[in-house]
Ligand binder design. Structure first.
Ligand code: AHR
Length: 494
């Protein structure tokens, strides 16, 4: 029997709802035939797919990063504004597809209003720099009366777009990035770009590029160098990470939250080291603005793609195990809610995404949709510490011995509701869990399946969905629940 303790007195921090962000890149079919498909039976007057918009709202996404990703590092934003019949077809060097530029800045802002999400903008610090970043900012955010803002007005948007969050480039530490830079080179450029952007609007939220993943040879040192230059000028440092089963090691994959947890702790340590060096009172926060499961071993690499029209790219189908892992990664983000203020599930539609579509046809929820949607819906405003005693351990090749259970909880002092999120990462053990509680049980939902490799498809869109768990009960102030192997759970208590 394992025991989970939670108490509203033990607080991690306030939950920033932007933790439930996502990511739209001009990559594969995320934009074209994903969120945008004029001529689709469910397209609205702007060409936005309403079936997809409905799913985005149901997913509970709060903020969406755009337009990349690797794409942004060779993107000329000017190509994507103005009359559509005059926009150029351009070879995108990141994914080697011909970008038709029928969807750009103004379309994304219009789409995000309909989706009710806050846009997060990335600027091109690969092939371009300070001037273009500041031009784009002026185009987007200045009121009418300057050459750039008047251009936006002429393109049909009289009011400023009001974009508050700006990423200073994307994965600039990665040799695959167009315009890849050393830490020193990037740090100087980010510093000067931030400086110039703050001349337009001093109170923007700026995100400096951290490492592309914790396995980068420069991880740690990159953050130190970048933050020593930019600490006073930026609000957040970014983290990116994708997880997959390596060499068939499903046990380590189920424990991927450990890798994310260690990465977050390392970046916090580095940021706080720079804070100490600078004798600063400012506490830097984190933007985990790309995370997900991605079966990268299936990806042929950019040079394996060939130059082509926009079409399917890394449309991974997610298993039950992937959904359990995504649920556990969300638990990790919540556990660090005091320092992680933005997080983006990458990506939103078709490209390693919770939502899949057919061109001209159906849209459906992948397995990973469900833990995300339920966490976004039921996580309360305050994240609480949880402590677990007595449960079994798992033994993983990647991380050694770990507790099988991984948990967090949130509290809503207006409703009195506590939401407990817990994952059983054991492949073999069913775990009986008890939770001392003061109130009653509202609901226990779980995601698991006898066939852990089951996926949802267009023909079987609800093959894997959350289920209500029978048998969970409260007796004499103790809630008892049974957690099958490889399962994700939401237990709501009043
Ligand atoms: O999300 C896919 C790609 O992964 C993004 O373009 C890049 O930023 C990351 O390497």
């Amino acid at each position: 029997m394992a025991r989970l303790m939670v108490d509203p007195a033990f607080v991690v921090g306030a939950l920033d709802r932007r933790l439930f962000g996502s990511f739209v890149e001009h990559m594969g079919r995320c934009v074209y035939t994903g969120i945008y498909e004029p001529g689709h039976p469910r397209a609205d007057a702007d060409g936005f797919r309403e079936d997809v918009l409905e799913l985005v709202r149901e997913l509970g996404v709060t903020a969406v990063r755009y337009p990349g990703g690797n794409f942004v590092s060779n993107y000329d934003w000017e190509d994507g504004v103005g009359p559509k019949d005059q926009r150029p077809r351009r070879l995108d060097l990141a994914w080697r597809a011909i970008e038709p530029n029928q969807f750009g800045t103004d379309e994304f802002v219009a789409w995000s209003r309909k989706a009710d999400v806050q846009p997060i903008w990335a600027v091109n610090l690969g092939t371009r720099g300070i001037r273009e970043a500041v031009d784009l900012l002026q185009y987007c955010n200045l009121p009418a009366g300057t050459a750039l803002s008047d251009r936006r007005v002429a393109n049909g948007s009289p009011e400023p777009h009001g974009i508050r969050i700006w990423c200073l480039g994307n994965e600039m530490d990665g040799p695959w990035q167009i315009g890849h830079k050393t830490a020193d080179e990037y740090a100087r450029l980010a510093e000067e770009t931030a400086n110039a952007m703050r001349r337009v609007e001093p109170d923007l939220e700026l995100v400096a590029c951290g490492s592309s993943n914790a396995g980068m040879p420069t991880f740690g040192e990159w953050e130190r160098v970048v933050l020593e230059r930019t600490y006073d000028l930026v609000d957040h440092i970014s983290l990116h990470a994708y997880y997959e089963p390596r060499d068939g090691d499903q046990a380590s994959f189920l424990a991927a939250a450990e890798e994310m947890d260690r990465m977050i702790s390392s970046v916090i340590a580095t940021a706080d080291h720079v804070k100490a060096l600078k004798r600063s009172d400012k506490e830097l926060t984190l933007s985990f603005d790309e995370w997900n499961v991605w079966y990268q071993q299936h990806f042929p690499g950019e040079l394996g793609l060939g130059i082509r029209e926009v079409g399917p790219l890394i449309e991974d189908s997610y298993t039950v195990d992937a959904a359990v892992v995504v649920g556990s990664l969300l638990i990790t983000l919540l556990r660090h809610a005091d320092r992680v203020k933005i997080a983006c599930l990458a990506q939103l539609v078709n490209v390693i995404a919770p939502i899949r579509t057919e061109p001209g046809g159906r849209a459906w929820r992948q397995t990973i949709f469900h833990p995300f949607a339920l966490t976004a819906r039921y996580a309360g405003p305050t994240v609480l510490q949880t402590a677990i005693t007595g449960g079994p351990d798992i033994h993983t090749a990647a991380f050694g011995k770990l507790p099988a259970l991984w948990s967090t909880a949130t509290y809503d002092e207006n409703t009195g509701e506590t939401a407990i999120f817990v994952v059983n990462r054991s492949e073999t053990d069913t775990i009986d869990l008890e939770i001392p509680v003061a109130g009653g049980l509202i609901q226990h939902l779980a995601l698991y399946d006898e066939d852990r490799s089951a996926v949802n498809t267009a023909d079987q869109p609800d093959r894997v969905t959350p289920r209500t768990v029978d048998g969970t009960e409260i007796v004499d102030g103790v809630c008892t629940a049974t957690l099958p192997p490889a399962s994700w759970h939401l237990i709501r208590l009043s």
